[in-house]
Design a binder for this molecule. Structure first.
Ligand SMILES: Nc1ncnc2c1ncn2[C@@H]1O[C@H](COP(=O)(O)OP(=O)(O)OP(=O)(O)O)[C@@H](O)[C@H]1O
Ligand SMILES: [Mg+2]
Length: 551
């Protein structure tokens, strides 16, 4: 392990790194930083929570002069929350150097962003849609950009941002450094890389498993209708410090958050139909611990870094293995341990096996927590809370009444009553969630899948590309879209090299995704939010809708 001092960084950047508490570079940082400092293009892949942000952030910051008043670096990220978070980390890393950075994302008042831009930030961190908005309004010019980073590049492609990214990158001088980072690198990323990177160096830190090593992964088989009961028992049994519960759709998230609140949990929901103010408020509450369960769609799956997340619970299995890897990667970050649980309905067992195959990790089957375990867990937490108060010692006001009570009642009985009160059982409230259809497993090539990016063995394409019409679609990814019709290349490329002949990312791609291409980014003039959620009918070709993407 290297210390940051060994990279020859300027003192002000080193000071910021020290201030952040980073002592040694993580493996991806150790490999990327020296390469990136030479100006080389880079494709960086490393497990979730291993410091990719600083891996591109530190070299990017090192290149910029404080006196410059132009936009010199552009970082793109798939979701608003991630753009905000990356911008905060960049802000911290460049603090002592005195650089200016600004987050640009949909849903925020554009006037405010324009005012921010007038302060001449050198670094812009944004979601593609809103960035384009500014470009079209001429409030952002990219003529001087020297460094471009695509964080979670594969997700941005998956969300249908290819066109936007292409448009944006064409406005950036060719003479630039481009870096692309993610924990997963599906082969389709090669297409983007070929187009926009110049002789990129691949830096990958991927051991046998792609998911982070410190995450304990388990699943319980549970029928759809018992999931909520299972969830509340699980939370009681495990008493997470902070937990993220992933639901498949926005409606699911709303219902779940409400149900949890009804049962007395401190929970709230996050998805793309909330206003940006609501989204910000929920994230703030979760980060400061005033709620301890965040219920979210996949909008929270990528990149989010909240310390104290001890548990990730897949209330609904994600459609793709990549998403599984990213979701569970919200815990077990920066060397900490974490636990991931997945609820699997009997009909989804095949899908779970697919996830295991692709991630090359056995997920341990565990029994549904029993009522007794749940009660025990809750009582343990209550007892801990009680003892904390005992230790705090400020109890004099209560001693008089306690002595009186003890004269009349048995001490065990009294304490038990206090415990009962504190434990606050609200089990009686009846909870009914609208059932979700099970996710169906798709066939998918077995080799190298999400960890590849190097070996073009056509794994994704091979046995799947048969149903999709125009040659290359219809594969795993293609089916996920409501009406993919084979028009997008997805992962499959007819069983040969990535990028060859897949031809799927053209015009139809975005439209196919959600039928409202311009609405995704919620830019001011891009219609504030997307169409209302409609439940996919069971006859839909899109078996289970991943949340409408939003950013
Ligand atoms: N060298 C380091 N030492 C200690 N902590 C670090 C170091 N580098 C980064 N971190 C911290 O580790 C956490 C995870 O970093 P980061 O969010 O960059 O991970 P990531 O690799 O981008 O994960 P993901 O794939 O989920 O996006 C952050 O809280 C970050 O501040
Ligand atoms: Mg990241």
């Amino acid at each position: 392990m290297k210390t940051f001092a060994e990279f020859g960084l300027e003192p002000k950047v080193l000071q910021a790194i020290t201030e952040l508490g980073f002592e040694e570079a993580t493996p991806i940082q150790e490999q990327s930083i020296p390469l990136a400092l030479t100006g080389s293009d880079l494709i960086g892949q490393a497990q979730t929570g291993t410091g990719k942000t600083a891996a591109f952030g530190i070299p990017l910051i090192s290149k910029i002069n404080r006196e410059d008043e132009k936009i010199l670096a552009l970082i793109m990220a798939p979701t608003r929350e991630l753009a905000i978070q990356v911008s905060e980390e960049i802000g911290k890393l460049s603090r002592f150097k005195g650089l200016r950075s600004l987050a640009i994302y949909g849903g925020q008042d554009i006037g405010r962003q324009i005012r921010g831009l007038k302060k001449k930030p050198q670094i812009i961190i944004g979601t593609p849609g809103r960035l384009l908005d500014h470009i079209n309004r001429k409030t952002i010019r990219l003529d001087d950009v020297q460094t471009v980073v695509l964080d979670e590049a594969d997700e941005m492609l998956d969300m249908g941002f290819m066109e936007d990214i292409q448009t944006i990158l064409k406005l950036v001088p060719v003479e630039r450094q481009t870096m692309l980072f993610s924990a997963t690198m599906p082969p389709n990323i090669q297409r983007l890389a070929q187009q926009f990177l110049n002789n990129p160096q691949h830096v990958s830190v991927i051991p046998k498993q792609i998911s982070a090593p410190l995450i304990d992964q388990a699943y319980v088989e549970v029928p759809e209708r018992q999931k909520f009961e299972a969830l509340s028992r699980l939370i009681d049994m495990e008493s997470p410090e902070l937990a993220i519960v992933f639901g498949r759709t926005k409606r699911r998230v709303d219902e779940l958050a409400e149900a949890l609140q009804k049962r007395g949990y401190s929970a709230d929901g996050l998805h793309g139909d909330l206003s940006q103010n609501q989204r910000d408020a929920v994230m703030r509450k979760f980060r400061d611990g005033s709620i301890d369960v965040l219920v979210a769609t996949d909008v929270a799956a990528r990149g989010l870094d909240v310390s104290g997340v001890t548990h990730v619970i897949n209330f609904d299995l994600p459609q793709d293995p990549e998403s599984y890897v990213h979701r569970i990667g919200r815990t077990g970050r920066a060397g900490k341990e974490g636990t991931a649980w997945s609820f699997v309905t009997p009909r989804e067992i095949d899908h779970l096996h697919l996830i295991e195959r692709v991630t090359r990790h056995r997920i341990t089957r565990k029994p549904l927590p029993t009522m007794a375990e749940a009660i025990e867990g809750k009582q343990r937490v209550t007892a801990e809370r009680l003892l904390e108060v005992v230790e705090s010692g400020e109890l004099n006001e209560y001693k008089g009444i306690s002595i009186q009570l003890l004269e009349q009642y048995d001490s065990v009985q009294l304490l038990s009553a206090a415990m009962k009160l504190l434990t606050g059982d609200k089990k009686d409230s009846a909870i009914e969630l609208t059932p979700e259809d099970p996710i169906r497993a798709k066939r998918r090539g077995g080799k190298n899948d999400i960890r590849s990016g190097r070996k073009p063995n056509g794994g994704y394409g091979g046995n799947r590309g048969t149903s999709g019409g125009s040659g290359s679609g219809g594969g795993y990814r293609g089916n996920r879209d409501n009406n993919g019709g084979g028009s997008r290349g997805g992962y499959s490329s007819g069983g040969s090299n990535y990028g060859s002949g897949s031809g799927g990312y053209g015009g139809g791609y975005k439209g196919n995704r959600d039928g409202a291409p311009a609405a995704r980014d919620g830019g001011a003039n891009r219609s504030a939010e997307r169409k209302p959620y409609t439940r996919p009918s069971s006859t839909s070709t899109r078996p289970a809708k991943r949340e409408d993407f939003d950013n």
